[in-house]
Ligand binder design. Structure first.
Ligand code: SAH
Length: 314
């Protein structure tokens, strides 16, 4: 069973960070490359007793003992996850499968942690430099989400279909853009990497939409960067007056009830009227708030922080 816990990791501001995002991921990649080399060696080593795994088809040739693991050329510095292993994952031994699962899990947790402890613009540069990180992150995210009793995106989709069919929507941090695919509305989908042509790749602190152009802004589990107040500023900019902001977040990021009230206050000072909050109070995992933009004259507290969230190793 998946457990999302509030992180004990220290939050780092972009400047104060002891280790840069880039550095951390490079260190991680180094270790993962070592591990991947072991896998590759194991798969290639002709001294190992030949078995069904050492014979793979490569193009039109039957190649014995050739590598069964292909590393995407776009990501020479990154170890592949099993999702990136082409045509061979079903032929791996169960031990190799377990090892790859662990590798994948570790990479997912590292990328997740980095997204919560770095600025959005830095994350954007990093994901653009190496889009395979997005794939690894989302494979891990999907695996986790499959174990949740409810996915907050489902209730947001239902809410839009039943109450706001005609609204123009901005989905900030859209992931695989399931929201856009599930509602009849005009949806502008934004994320660090575009999974398809409906998504615009960008940092959600700066989306390419006109001021006052949308009716609803959604952040579903996507207030991840340490400069989260910049994302709220951007939501205020693109929302029409009387437009709706909807946030769903991991409950443990607020600490306790006081943290939830502090978040509501932060939104009120920013210029929102909090309409409904904690509709999902019976849900111990997620918190949801819906509010309406009342003014452009609010004050967004740049120092406001949410705790990072960690997916516990299982
Ligand atoms: N909202 C989606 C995905 C949630 S995962 C869903 O509910 O299914 C969080 C998403 O936010 C990830 O896809 C991540 O890439 C994105 N994200 C985090 N910080 C971002 C930023 N600064 N700019 C754009 N996207 C961001």
């Amino acid at each position: 069973m998946t457990k999302i816990v509030s992180a004990k990791i220290q939050k780092k501001s972009g400047k104060a960070s002891k280790k840069s995002f880039k550095q951390t991921l490079q260190d991680f990649d180094k270790n993962k490359n070592k591990n991947q080399n072991k896998i590759n060696k194991n798969l290639k080593d002709p001294s190992k007793k030949p078995n069904k795994y050492s014979k793979v088809k490569n193009g039109s040739n039957n190649v014995t003992g050739s590598t069964a693991v292909s590393v995407p050329s776009s990501s020479a510095t990154s170890a592949p996850s099993s999702s990136l292993i082409q045509g061979s994952s079903s032929k791996l031994s169960s031990l190799q499968h377990q090892f790859l699962k662990k590798l994948e899990g570790a990479r997912f947790r590292t990328i997740n942690e980095e997204l919560y402890t770095t600025r959005g613009d830095v994350a954007f540069q990093e994901f653009q430099r190496d889009p395979s990180k997005f794939e690894i992150y989302h494979k891990g995210y999907r695996d986790q989400a499959a174990l949740w009793p409810v996915n907050p995106l489902d209730s947001i989709i239902q809410w839009i279909i039943s109450c706001h069919k005609k609204a123009t929507i901005a989905d900030m941090g859209c992931g695989d853009a399931r929201l856009a695919a599930s509602v009849p509305n005009k949806v502008h989908s934004f994320d660090l990497v575009a999974v398809n042509t409906t998504v615009t790749p960008c940092d959600i602190a700066h989306v390419p939409l006109a001021t006052g152009s949308v009716d609803i802004v959604i952040f579903c589990l996507s207030l991840m960067g340490v400069n989260m107040p910049d994302f709220i500023k951007e939501a205020l900019r693109i929302l029409k007056i009387n437009g709706i902001l909807k946030v769903a977040e991991v409950r443990s990021r607020f600490g306790d009830n006081k943290g939830i009230l502090a978040f509501n206050k932060f939104l009120q000072r920013a210029g929102f009227e909090v309409k409904a909050h904690d509709r999902m109070a019976q849900n111990k995992m997620f918190f949801e708030v819906e509010c309406v933009k009342m003014t452009d004259e609010g004050i967004v507290d740049d120092t406001f922080e949410l705790k990072p969230c960690q997916y516990k190793k299982r």
